[in-house]
Design a protein around this ligand. Structure first.
Ligand SMILES: [Zn+2]
Length: 209
């Protein structure tokens, strides 16, 4: 039976998984993720070259779903959004805050219909003042849907650190888009650069009292 099964290591979104592939009398490819073990069953007659990208896609979906589940379990962001909302003259209602792993192109969005803020999952790991600024940005769009001067003056009034946060995110986007192309030496140099955001100085609330 050993020719019908295969074990190897694959990497998805930086997560290393042990793949157990079993050929079975099935019509489709099925995958199940438990911790870092990906069990896949595939039809006997499907070529490995055809199967590999299907497995990569299924693995990515399952890894992101699991990551999203653990992020959404944390209600801290909702409390933070509630605090930011009270800085508006008419606080925009926020019913839920979700960290999503499917939103690739934008840092955040807010739905007035569902009163839900969706945040890029990477924001979860960023400094709190950046997260506050992103929430303030989205909630300011409830008043001004565009990026007009009126929008920015409201956004700066409710979040004085917003320009710094926008610049922070622009830097993250810039690096994120180029990381794979950067030569290893430059990457190593960048990971060695110290940042001063870990102290209290990074939090605008800490400064303003
Ligand atoms: Zn905007």
């Amino acid at each position: 039976m050993s020719q019908n099964s295969l074990t190897r290591t694959i990497s998805v979104d930086g997560v290393t998984l042990t793949l157990f592939l079993v050929r079975k009398r099935v019509k489709n490819v099925y995958a199940r993720l438990q911790n870092t073990t990906l069990s896949v069953s595939a039809p006997f007659n499907m070529a490995q070259g055809e199967l590999d990208p299907i497995i990569a896609n299924l693995a990515r979906t399952l890894v992101r779903r699991e990551r999203q589940g653990c992020l959404n379990a944390q209600g801290d962001a909702l409390a933070l959004a509630g605090q930011v909302a009270t800085r508006f003259r008419t606080p925009p209602p926020v019913a839920s805050v979700l960290f999503v792993t499917t939103q690739q192109k934008r840092w955040a969005s807010y739905s007035t219909r569902t009163r839900t803020i969706r945040l890029h999952a990477a924001l979860r790991e960023m400094p709190r003042w950046v997260l506050q600024a992103v929430i303030a940005h989205e909630l300011a769009h409830v008043v001004h849907p565009d990026h007009s001067p009126a929008f920015w003056s409201l956004a700066r009034a409710v979040c004085p650190e917003i320009d710094r946060a926008e610049a922070f995110l622009a830097g993250v986007s810039w690096l994120g888009g180029r990381w794979e192309q950067l030569p290893p030496v430059e990457r190593a140099l960048l990971t060695g650069v110290s940042n001063d955001e870990s102290g209290n100085g990074g939090d605008p609330l800490g400064k303003d009292g």
